[in-house]
Design a protein. Structure first.
Length: 398
């Protein structure tokens, strides 16, 4: 009983000394690291695991020192074994916290709350994936080391190794889908195909990458629904990524109108609208007739915005305004089905009237910028160079 009391007292004293030393180090680190982000992260995240690891190590030393004369005692071996397991777990916790501190310090250098944050989102995606992978590896190694402290497990290990090939084959077949998702998650993290906060279109839904793990991806749909997909989906299925190179995107609003629509007047109205809206980023404002079949013409308004959310609102604004403008100012341009009876040379606005003098065609140098997507401005010239086609037409019969 006396030896038990001495051991317990030594363990308590060792734990108290360890806690005192850890608290002193913690306060010094907090005081000295007020201007250091690394020291601040260390004091916030690694204080508790360091406290536990130091306490367990001190108790182990205390028990070993007070029971050095009872080496073969069963209770001593049991207590020391439990302390070793606790020390391994505490060390794994401390190592994981240090990795988290390093990753958080690296992430702090890359802000994602700025307009041009493509590189920051890429780094953030890779660091988050590495964090989860490294923590999983640390936990697996810690469990393996803890199991190896049992003599029975070490004895079984030789037999397990002899059949490792069979076990590995069976495990690979059983976990084929899981391993495929894990490798797909690693591929996504380092291939830069998709990142956190990217705006994507998947399964006909438009949303934002909210969470990216090794096994699944969470897409926040524009109406606050969540679409959860396996990571292998993004390596096997084509999808649209609107913000892979930059956040600024282009969007269209199409109108089916009568042939009587004055395109230039509509083009000027579109320019006046976007210039008065804070949603437009000032890059692209183009109105073109993209089709003229079936008794109507298709007029497409192409506008740009700084991000996908602003583009959505801008497209809706363009539709609403131009629909009201056509209805109020150009009612003869509304879609209609014609059935003319009698003389077609009347003066009514919807009747075909032969022009008395040919309209003057503007030369290419005077073509308005708003009528050309591939040219007419610096942005249009750059787009024309990017979308250049082959030198020779492709033979469709091949």
């Amino acid at each position: 009983m006396r030896s038990y009391l001495e051991t317990a007292a030594a363990a308590l004293v060792a734990a108290a000394v360890a806690l005192l030393l850890v608290e002193v180090v913690h306060r010094l680190a907090r005081r000295l690291g007020r201007r250091s982000l690394l020291m601040t992260e260390l004091t916030d995240h690694s204080h508790r695991p360091f406290q536990v690891a130091a306490t367990v190590l001190a108790v182990q030393f205390g028990v070993r020192f007070t029971t050095r004369y009872a080496v073969g005692s069963p209770w001593r071996q049991l207590v020391l074994h439990v302390l070793v397991l606790a020390l391994i777990a505490a060390a794994a916790w401390l190592l994981a916290s240090l990795l988290v501190v390093i990753e958080d310090t690296a992430l702090a250098r890359f802000r994602v709350d700025v307009p041009n944050n493509r590189h920051a989102r890429r780094v953030r995606t890779q660091v988050v994936m590495l964090r989860r992978l490294t923590i999983a590896v640390v936990v697996i190694l810690a469990v393996g080391v803890m199991l190896m402290t049992f003599p029975a497990v070490r004895g079984i290990g030789a037999g397990v190794l002899t059949s490792a090939g069979v076990v590995a084959a069976v495990a690979a077949l059983a976990a084929q889908s899981l391993l495929g998702n894990v490798f797909a998650g690693i591929q996504l993290a380092f291939s830069d195909a998709v990142r956190l906060d990217d705006v994507v279109v998947v399964e006909g839904e438009w949303g934002r990458i909210e969470e990216l793990t090794l096994s699944y991806v969470v897409v926040q749909i524009w109406d606050d629904r969540r679409l959860i997909l396996p990571t292998s989906y993004f390596t096997r299925t084509p999808f649209q990524n609107w913000t892979r190179t930059e956040a600024a995107v282009l969007g269209t609003a199409e109108f089916d109108l009568d042939w009587a629509i004055p395109v230039q007047a509509m083009r000027q109205e579109l320019r006046r609208l976007v210039e008065s809206s804070e949603l437009w980023d000032g890059r692209v404002c183009v109105l073109q007739v993209t089709d003229a079949t079936g008794g109507t013409v298709t007029v497409r308004a192409l506008v740009s915005a700084a991000d996908a959310g602003s583009l959505w609102d801008l497209r809706c604004l363009v539709r609403e305004h131009l629909v009201a403008w056509v209805r109020d100012h150009q009612p003869t341009a509304l879609p209609r089905t014609r059935a003319e009876v009698g003389d077609a040379s009347g003066a009514l606005p919807w009747q075909a009237v032969r022009s008395r003098r040919p309209a003057r065609r503007l030369p290419d140098t005077e073509m308005p910028d708003d009528a050309r997507l591939f040219g007419g401005s610096e942005d249009g010239e750059a787009r024309s160079e990017v979308f250049v086609g082959p030198d020779e037409p492709v033979d469709s019969r091949r």
